[in-house]
Design a binder for this molecule. Sequence first.
Ligand code: ATP
Ligand code: MG
Length: 594
Amino acid sequence: MSDDTTPADEPKRKDFIRQWIDRDNESGRFGGEVHTRFPPEPNGYLHIGHAKSICLNFALAEDYSGTCNLRFDDTNPCKEEQEYVDSIQEDLAWLGMTPTKVCYASDYFQQLYDWAIQLIEQGVAYVDESTPDAIAEMRGGGLDEGTNSPYRDRPVEESLDLFARMKAGEFSDGSMVLRAKIDMASANINLRDPIMYRVLHAHHHRQGDAWCVYPMYDWAHGLEDSIEGITHSVCTLEFENHRPLYDWFIDQLTDINHPQQIEFARLNLTYTVMSKRKLLRLVQENLVTGWDDPRMPTISGLRRRGYSPEAIRKFCKTIGVAKFNSTIDIQLLDHCLREDLNKTSPRVMAVLDPLKVTITNFSEGDVDQLEAINNPEDESAGTRMVPFTKEIYIERADFMEDAPKKFFRLSQGREVRLRYAYFVTCDEVLKDDAGEIVELKCSYDPATRGGDAPDGRKVKGTLHWVSASECLDAEVRLYDHLFTKENPDATEEGQDFIANLNPDSLKTITAKVEPYLAASTPGDRVQFERTGYFCVDTDSAADALVFNRTVTLKDKWKKIQSKQGGQQKKKKKQGGQQKKKPRLDYSQFKNKKK
Ligand code: ATP
Ligand code: MG
């Protein structure tokens, strides 16, 4: 998954995680080895936030010649499904990552159970028969100290016996739990005798009905890392307070591998939600068409929308890692996307809002095949032929009656270039009874074939077009943000993020596209010249093409950069003493919004 996409202006300083690893390597800790993992719970599809964690963990392994496992953290049978396991593996492969090993926390159930018995024997774990509510109350919260459970000091033998019978299925769900005996007065609530095991008569997607006690995430997670020999266990900031607990568990078990947990800020993006619970709700309530709806921030949604793995990797690299939570402007993701698509996407012509144009002096029935460049950024992409005929379509917005001087497109009496074809002049405008323009009559100059006039005369505008008789109809899905607000959770009282769904996030139109696109297949990415980047949808068929608009061509990020550059130039011209400002980096871009 090597990327040579490092921007020239990327800071050379290593991030705090790499600095940490360097220190560990210098001191000889972990024998200089670096083993990381990506540990998803298979209870939903991966999203762009997961991509940040994936790119980070796999890059660390690559940079330090180490390993990176994919580990399914499948300790909760109620929410996990094989469908999610499969989708996670598919998404990871698509992102270009190959795990050293694919592991499952559920494969460690016996080991975790044996270790729990060891803790009971050591007198640091006990079976508690209090109700879940009573346990929550005893653990307290805020500045209040917790109170000891009446079962806390029961004899070791009693706990061992009850724990064995919990496993044997003698007790009902919720009737008792195994708790660690740590410190009910701890300021860190995670250390107030946390629950290690619960009784749960549930079918596990891999273990079937083998188990009716299931380990809690906090008991299992650090030990899973230990079992796999993970050296640097990278996770998001909300687990910082859990680190003392993971360390405590590992310390009780002496002689097992002790990973170093390092926390970083999770990715938040404007105009979308990243919580799996919220994404699941959008799917379950049919507010989107599924996990891979092109408006979703899921990897499968982004893929279907037309995002490339390279763009996502570049984005993750650009944002880097930080210790403080922040929200990244979604424009930065789109900027990375445009940069990649600009290099890789073949250009084609498609008219989204067609207006008929008749070339009055072109022979009826003639088809003039014109050569068009597939990608000006990539010579190896070659050329294709585009048919020109008597009737063509242009974009309705490319014509204006009584146009102002600065309107460089078509207007009555004005001449423009049709891309790769000819100069045409509009002679007549036809309207229907309602006064709407229905057709333009134009004449073309045969001497301008290919787009240049031999007499050297210039035109200001170049329009895209398609042949009316040769073009194909295509369904085009125009997407906008899924939410109307930068922060979808900012709602009136009594409402939730659903209230901020954008009712106009999908507009479907029928466009006219070049015949060249007849052979396209789902997943193909193209640029519709002057309009945007598009991707052939999975719903598309040879006789019923469907395109998703991936992103428009307008790059807000570039605009902000050039605006800043422009202001500096202006100040310089005015003769003012000017300190040289660095180019706007992503963090400034991000703060612009605040
Ligand atoms: P859940 O609420 O189900 O635990 P989760 O978002 O934590 O959701 P996991 O499947 O546990 O989902 O995540 C796997 C890994 O991805 C974890 O290491 C987690 O820290 C990381 N991760 C999840 N969301 C983000 C995010 N927005 N930014 C960066 N990393 C993330
Ligand atoms: Mg999680």
